[in-house]
Each structure stands twice: as C-alpha cells, then as structure tokens.
Design a protein around this ligand. Structure first.
Ligand code: TXA
Ligand code: MG
Length: 317
C-alpha cells in the first residue's frame, strides 16, 4: 500500500513501521524514540535481536545527543559523504539510545540517507532506525514492489522508485586509531582512502562468534534459488550474466547489465536475484568473471554471500 509523506509520518507516530526509499536500498523504518515499534521491526523481518540497527538522521547536528564527541576524522568522512551511502559506527553516550537498537553494544551506527522523501520524514519526526526492508536473509529490496513481495500488498511503503545505488551503505568503524571497513557497500574503499589520505582495509573477524559487525554472522542476500559461482552445466536452469556476453542458448538468461558498468550491475543486482524466485528458478549460475576492484568488490562479496550455504544459526540475518 503506497503512502505519501504525511501518511507515512502518521503511521510512524502511532507506532506502525513503514518502508521508506533510500539511495541504497529500501529501509523498514521506526522512530528511534519508540522501542516497541522497533521491536515490531525485528519481528516483521525475523531478525535476530543481537543484530543492531542503523540510525538515520537528516542533519549532522542530530547526532550530538547520542555521542560524547565527534572525532575529527569522523567529521571529515561525514562532510565528504553525507547525505550518502556511508555508515559510521561511533561510541555512544551511555543510555542515550534504546538497547534494542544497539543490541547492547557501546557503539551505534549512523548515516544520513540521500533521498528527499526519507529526509523529509526524518525532518518531521526525528531520527529513524531502518534495517533493509526485506525478510532477513533475502536479497534487499530496491523497489517498492520488492517490499510488497516480502511483507504483503497491504504493507505501507513510500514509493521512491528504484534505488539509485542498489547496494547497502559502506560501514566504517575506527579501531585502534584506524578506520576499517566492517561491511563493503556502495562507496568503494578507494573513495574513502582519497578523503582520509591513507589506506583503509577490510576488518576481518578474529572472533567469529562475536564479530564487530553482528550482521556478518548471518546468511544474507540469498534468493530461494540455489546460486553457483562455478557452472554446474547439468544442474543449471538459468544464467545470471551480462548484456555484452554470449551464453549457451539452452539456459534462461537474467541480465545484470554491461560487464564494464559496475554501477548498472549494482543497481540491478537484487532485483535480478529476486526475479529468479518470481520465475521459480531452482538453480542458477552467476557469471562472476569480472574485475574484483572498487564497486565490483562489493558486488562480488554479495554474490558470495548470496550463494553460500546458510551459516549457523540458519535462516536468519
Ligand atoms: O544502506 C543501508 O545501510 C541500509 C539502508 C536502509 O540505510 N540499511 C541496512 O541496514 O543495510 P541493515 O540492518 O540491513 O544492516 C545494518 C548492518 C548490520 O550488519 C549490523 O550488524 C550493522 O549494520 N551494525 C549496526 N550497528 C552496529 C554497531 N554498533 N556495530 C557494528 N555493526 C553494526
Ligand atoms: Mg540487511
């Protein structure tokens, strides 16, 4: 069910979650100051309670009640990338944020999304938490219709059209004085290095039962169709590939875009994975012969996660 901005605000103010567009993926929104509405988001998604949520702001000054101070490098990153697909994990002021948002951590995740509809709603009712608006474990939603597929046609959604990036925000955290990438996302590492004027690396979990980014514990981005990154010719029904390549004609073809255009591939990725399911495809080979640098690196990571067997605990994420 499509809502306008005023209707979405009324839903949120009376404690009903709504799905909102962002430039990355659609988010399932609840006001930060409504812990009960936030609990509804966990139930709707089937999301484990130990997976914290990102707080979405409409201006940098809105962050001040929740943190003791803003490190200079964080302010540099915020000024360079906000509004935009960057999430910063920062230490928080004790007691300033509901426990179910942080999953009890002493940090919280913040970003300012670059979408006029979401920004207008945050302006009106204050900070919102928004996980991606999909059933946990499934590919994220990049169109209003994806949200309706997961939560039903009556679920309230503000339709902002297809998300321009189509991949989630890049998540950064400062560890021992160095910013690390906790989740690859729509902003490639090279763009962040350019702003920080120093190399930035991916944080690899040393303690897999308690990773810094709890979401990395769970299966993600996976359609019901079984995905293979190496072809299994006798087993495959479909190929997910590129418009500039030739594939054997006996397979049903799903196109991600031109192999030399990672932005196009990113924006089509989740809707293509979702269309495998809407067309009842059971198994598909994903052509992953493409460079693995910059945005391709995030795309590759999502494909590996989407193709992987469920991790323990299963079905959630
Ligand atoms: O682009 C995005 O980031 C989208 C849109 C809607 O803004 N949101 C999104 O949210 O991807 P979600 O919930 O699907 O992923 C948030 C990730 C999870 O992996 C979670 O574990 C991590 O952020 N996270 C949140 N708070 C954290 C914290 N304090 N420390 C470490 N990781 C955190
Ligand atoms: Mg998600």
């Amino acid at each position: 069910m499509l809502l306008n901005i005023d209707e979405a605000c009324s839903y949120l103010l009376r404690g009903e979650p709504v799905a909102l567009p962002t430039e990355t993926v659609y988010g399932l929104a609840a006001p930060l100051n409504q812990p009960e509405t936030i609990d509804k988001i966990f139930s709707l998604k089937g999301r484990p309670k130990n997976n914290p949520l990102i707080i979405h702001l409409s201006s940098l000054s809105q962050i001040l009640p929740y943190i003791n101070f803003l490190p200079e490098s964080a302010s540099l990153l915020a000024n360079a990338f906000w509004p935009g697909p960057l999430t910063l994990i920062l230490p928080i002021k004790e007691g300033s944020i509901p426990q179910n948002v942080t999953a009890g951590l002493k940090t919280a995740a913040f970003r300012i999304p670059n979408n006029p509809l979401s920004l207008a709603i945050i302006e009106k009712i204050g900070p919102l938490v928004m996980p991606s608006a999909n059933i946990s474990g499934k590919p994220s939603a990049t169109q209003a219709s994806h949200v309706e597929n997961d939560f039903g046609a009556n679920f309230p959604v503000v339709d902002g059209g297809p998300c321009s990036h189509g991949l989630e925000s890049t998540i950064l955290m400062e560890i021992n004085g160095f910013w690390k990438i906790l989740r690859q996302g729509a902003i490639p590492a090279a763009n962040i290095e350019f702003v920080l004027e120093q190399p930035i690396s991916l944080h690899t979990n040393t303690n897999s039962s308690q990773p810094l980014c709890p979401g990395s514990l769970y299966r993600h981005y996976a359609p019901t169709a079984k995905l293979h990154l190496t072809p299994q010719p006798d087993n495959e029904e479909a190929i997910v590939g590129f418009s500039d390549r030739q594939y054997p004609p006996q397979y049903k073809l799903f196109l991600l875009g031109h192999s030399a255009n990672p932005e196009e591939i990113a924006s089509n990725l989740y809707s293509t994975l979702r269309s495998l399911d809407s067309q009842n495809i059971q198994t598909a080979w994903i052509d992953s012969h493409f460079p693995h640098h910059k945005l391709y690196s995030t795309i590759h990571e999502r494909l590996i996660r989407g193709a992987s067997a469920p991790l323990d605990p299963p079905k959630k994420g």
